[in-house]
Design a protein around this ligand. Sequence first.
Ligand SMILES: [Zn+2]
Ligand SMILES: [Zn+2]
Length: 256
Amino acid sequence: MFSCDYHIHTQLSGCAENDLSVEKIIQYQEEHGIKTIGIADHDYSFQSKVKTIQAARQSIKDADPTIDVYFGVESQMLDYQITSIKIRMASYFDYVLMAPNHYHIRGVARPKNLRDPKRVALHEIYMFEAAIASPITDAVIHPFLLSPDVFQYTPETLAAFAQEMMNNIEHKRLIYQLDLASQRGLGIELTPKIIRFNQPHLVDFYQLCLERDVKLLIGSDAHSIEQLDELSLIEPIIKELGVTEKNLWHPNEANM
Ligand SMILES: [Zn+2]
Ligand SMILES: [Zn+2]
């Protein structure tokens, strides 16, 4: 299993456990042999205040980690060329994780009809293109992953709907975007949410990412200490896809 996790929330994110401190995460990962991690709270957790961002970065320094700890942020596309944080704010972080489909967040453009897989497909690829095109994006997180909270389907129905949606994504259009992502050195997140949300349609998508030489970002999207272990859920998929170290995205490469 790979020794990195670039999508970890702390108590700063309102949706995370409220005693999930940076110290706790670092201590846990040091004990469990992970070599490199990235803290990535939601951008709105910082209330657009530079001081809050700097304090969060300082808290990592203060924890005096023996592993590499990067300081990232989870941001979202609101629409084409409209990101939830602007370039100046983004520059305070080591990397920006860009979510194309945070439909539960106010201000994010939503598919016109959540019950029509064709409509959802058109919207997903549009937002994916927007995320790839944004100059602040370092990695696109959970693309084409449909959240049960938004779609309100049972796991079985959601899996079938998501597959139908994916079948409606125009292949050439997707390939073109993956080639752009590859050229720009952008990562695409491989997340245990594909298991948690029952989204096996994404295995073919990751296969395509590898074929187009797109780097994969490993991210647990943990909101609690227990969820740090959920990376083990994607081990079978990593094996099946034949992902090796050279396929992995790391922040320093993206910023070089
Ligand atoms: Zn997210
Ligand atoms: Zn997240």
